[in-house]
Write a protein that binds this ligand. Structure first.
Ligand SMILES: *Cc1c(COP(=O)(O)O)cnc(C)c1O
Length: 458
C-alpha cells in the first residue's frame, strides 16, 4: 500500500465521525459501523476508480450498485448535465414538454425491442416497478377485466424496496419483516441454472421451470395481470443466471393466458449482459420494460417504463378515472433525460457492445483459474457480470453457515487492497464499469483470488 498523508488520514477519520453522527446509510446495519465495517469517505470518481478522502484509490468493481456504465466522471455525460442545468433544470411534466424528455423517449423507443412504443418516466427503479404493476392491473380493468388482481413473480427475484416492488421480491432478508404489509404474488420457481438437477443442462432446467410456470398460470386462470421477472440474471438474488429459453416460453405462456410480461431490466439493461437489452437474447418483446440504474450512465436517479400501444390505448377515454393518474414530482426531469441521452449517444459513437465482448472474454480468462478453487462452487458469467459462488463443500455445494459471514470477510480484505468487491451473501461478483482496462482487471482478479483465500480460511 502507498504511504498515506497523515493529514488526509485524519481528515477521513474526522469525516467518518461526523457522518456516523447524522447519516443513516442504505442497506446497512448501522451498528456494524465503524467496528466491523469501515465507512469509506469518497472525494471524487474517475473512470473505474473512486478516490478516498484518505488518499487511497478504490477500483469500483460493482459499478456503484450497478448504476455506472462508462466510468465515473464521464466527461460527455457531465457536460450534457451542466449544459441542461443552465437551460432548464425542471418543469412540471403534466401539460408540458421539453426537448430532452421528447428526444429520450424517441431514442428509447428506437432502441427497445419491437412493439414498445410509449415511455412513462419515473425517478428510480422501484418507482418503475410500481408504475408497471399499476399500469398492468389498470389496463386490464379498463378493458373490463378487473378480476385480474394477481401477479406472478419468480423465486429468488428482486424488484426494489417500496411496498409494491418489495412484494414481488423473494429474498427473505429484505422481505420477511415487512411480509404482513405486502401484496401476495404467486411465486413460480426460479429457472436459475445453479438449481438444476445433476446432469441437467441450463436449457433443460429453464424449460422444466417454464412447465411449472405454465401450471401456475393454469391453476389461476383469468386472475393474473402480469408475470414480472428479471431477464437472464437475478442480480440481487446472488447473480443467479438462467437460459434464455425460459424467456421465450414465458412470453408464450403470458400470451396464452392473457397476461402481461413485465421485464425488469433495471440492473441488466444497457449492455450489461452482452446485448443492449437482455430480452434481445431471447428474441422477445415484453409488454412492459422497466429501466433505471444505467439509464443515465450512473449520474442521476431516473427510470423509464416502456409499454405497448395496446396498453396505452386501454387508458384513452373521456373519463379521468380511466387515465393513468400516477405521477412523481420530478417525472421527466430534464437533467436526468439529458444524462440519459448523452449515455445513449456513447453507445452509438463508441461501439460499446463490441468492446464489452472483448472485456467479458478477458474477465472469463482471468476468472478461469479461480473456478478450480476447492471453495468455489461455480464461476458463472453473462456478459459483463461474473460471479463466484463460495461454498463449504464444492461437491455437495453445501453453503457456509450464514453466520460465518464469509462474504463480508472477502469484502474487508478487498477494500483494504483498493477494490470494492461488495458481496451478496457468499457470492462475490465482478460488474465493473465498461471502461475497465487490462491492468485494472488484472488487479481485480489478483485481489479477488486473495479475498477468496481469506474468506475461506477455516
Ligand atoms: C436495483 C433494482 C431495482 C430497484 O431500483 P432502485 O432504483 O434501487 O429503487 C429493481 N429491480 C431490479 C432488478 C434491481 O436490480
Amino acid at each position: 500500500m502507498d504511504t498515506l498523508d497523515p493529514a488526509r488520514l485524519a481528515e477521513a477519520e474526522a469525516w467518518r465521525a461526523r457522518d456516523l453522527a447524522v447519516v443513516w446509510h442504505p442497506c446497512t446495519q448501522m451498528k456494524e459501523h465503524p467496528g466491523t465495517l469501515p465507512l469509506v469517505p469518497i472525494r471524487r470518481g474517475r473512470g473505474a476508480w473512486l478516490e478516498g478522502v484518505d488518499g487511497r484509490r478504490y477500483l469500483d468493481a460493482v459499478s456503484s450498485w450497478w448504476t455506472n456504465l462508462f466510468g465515473h466522471g464521464e466527461p460527455r455525460i457531465a457536460a450534457a448535465i451542466a449544459a441542461q442545468a443552465h437551460e432548464l433544470e425542471h418543469v412540471i411534466y403534466a401539460g408540458f414538454s421539453h426537448a430532452p424528455g421528447l428526444a429520450l423517449a424517441e431514442a428509447l423507443v428506437a432502441k427497445a425491442p419491437a412493439g414498445l412504443e410509449r415511455v412513462f418516466y419515473g425517478d428510480n427503479g422501484s418507482a418503475a416497478v410500481e408504475i408497471a404493476l399499476k399500469m398492468s392491473f389498470h389496463s386490464h380493468a379498463n378493458r373490463g377485466d378487473a378480476g385480474r388482481t394477481r401477479f406472478i413473480a419468480i423465486g429468488n427475484g428482486y424488484h426494489g424496496e417500496t411496498l409494491g416492488a418489495l412484494s414481488m421480491a423473494d429474498i427473505p432478508l429484505y422481505r420477511r419483516v415487512y411480509a404482513p404489509l405486502l401484496l401476495e404474488p404467486l411465486f413460480a420457481p426460479s429457472p436459475d441454472a445453479w438449481e438444476a438437477e445433476p446432469g441437467e443442462s441450463a436449457e433443460a432446467c429453464a424449460l422444466r421451470r417454464a412447465g411449472e410456470l405454465e401450471a401456475l398460470f393454469a391453476a389461476n386462470e383469468g386472475q393474473v395481470c402480469a408475470l414480472i421477472l428479471e431477464p437472464l440474471v437475478q442480480c440481487a438474488g446472488g447473480m443467479r443466471m438462467y437460459h434464455p429459453a425460459y424467456l421465450r416460453r414465458a412470453r408464450e405462456i403470458c400470451d396464452a393466458h392473457g397476461a402481461h410480461l413485465i421485464a425488469d431490466e433495471i440492473a441488466v439493461g444497457f449492455g450489461r449482459t452482452g446485448t443492449l437489452f437482455a430480452c434481445e437474447q431471447a428474441g422477445i418483446s415484453p409488454d412492459f420494460l422497466c429501466l433505471s440504474k444505467g439509464l443515465t450512465g450512473g449520474f442521476l436517479p431516473m427510470s423509464a417504463v416502456l409499454t405497448t400501444a395496446a396498453v396505452y390505448d386501454a387508458f384513452l377515454d373521456d373519463s379521468r378515472e380511466r387515465a393513468f393518474l400516477h405521477s412523481h414530482s420530478y417525472t421527466g426531469n430534464p437533467l436526468g433525460c439529458a444524462a440519459a441521452l448523452a449515455s445513449l449517444a456513447i453507445f452509438d459513437s463508441d461501439d460499446v457492445l463490441a468492446r464489452n465482448r472483448g472485456t467479458a472474454a478477458r474477465m472469463a480468462e482471468l476468472a478461469a483459474p479461480l473456478a478450480q478453487h476447492p471453495q468455489v462452487g461455480e464461476v458463472r458469467q453473462t456478459g459483463m457480470i461474473l460471479a463466484f459462488e463460495l461454498v463449504a463443500n464444492r461437491r455437495t455445494r453445501r453453503p457456509y453457515p450464514a453466520a460465518d459471514r464469509r462474504g463480508l470477510r472477502a469484502y474487508r480484505h478487498a477494500i483494504e487492497r483498493g477494490v470494492v468487491l461488495r458481496p451478496l451473501g457468499d457470492i462475490l461478483y465482478w460488474m465493473p464499469p465498461y471502461c475497465v482496462g487490462e491492468e485494472e482487471l488484472a488487479h481485480l482478479s489478483a485481489v479477488t483470488a486473495s479475498a477468496i483465500e481469506e474468506a475461506c480460511r477455516p
